[in-house]
Design a binder for this molecule. Sequence first.
Ligand code: NI
Length: 251
Amino acid sequence: MFIDTHCHLSLEDYENIDSVIQDNRQAGIKCIIISGCTKESIQESLKYADLYEDVYVTIGYHPSEASLTTEADILAFEELLSHKKVIGIGEIGLDYHYGKEDASLQKELFRKQMLLADKHHLPVVIHSRDATEETINILKEFPSVKGDIHCFSGSLETAKQYISMGYYLGIGGVVTFKNSKLFSVIQQIGISSVLLETDSPYLTPEPNRGKQNSSKYIPAIAKCIAEVCDLTIEEVSKITLQNTYRLFDLK
Ligand code: NI
């Protein structure tokens, strides 16, 4: 049994949502946590959470939405946090990959959502791209908030820093790519702070790289981690499930 702790599910990417859900179930996926991170995808994600019992959601405005998100959007968003299938806030964070022009807007939006996570006692799912230092500084402003560093791909030192702050590391398809730097990081930190994720429809793991990704490929990621850490796939399943339950308060 596995949980995909971070993926995206939308009719923009998949022809038939129902068959994606059926495929996941057949692949031993206990449940999936969809991230709705734009105004539209938040609504679409909530729709699937209402429709399927094995779908949970985290919602939050992605840093790329920083210049589009108004105060009214934030207020409307806060009301959605009481939905019973909303189990976290995210993905939120900082993305400087395409430049830092809107850095101050990104930081403002990030802090506002961290404040809401603190207020509503919800974990966060963090998107950080080319912005490690500033992400860590903002997370430190909210020491009682815990979360998941989604699609972690940093150094051993960065991994240790996040873990010491009580964060989990979301590990996905990148770990299955040949010569992935993540091999040695995971070997050294072990899996007590690891969550499995696909970030589908992006980043399909080997041996299906190039095809469209979906949560059904989580076992391929678990298998790779098992090999890297010299564990059985059952051990990886058990420990990553426990980590997921603990962070997201799921049973
Ligand atoms: Ni994502």
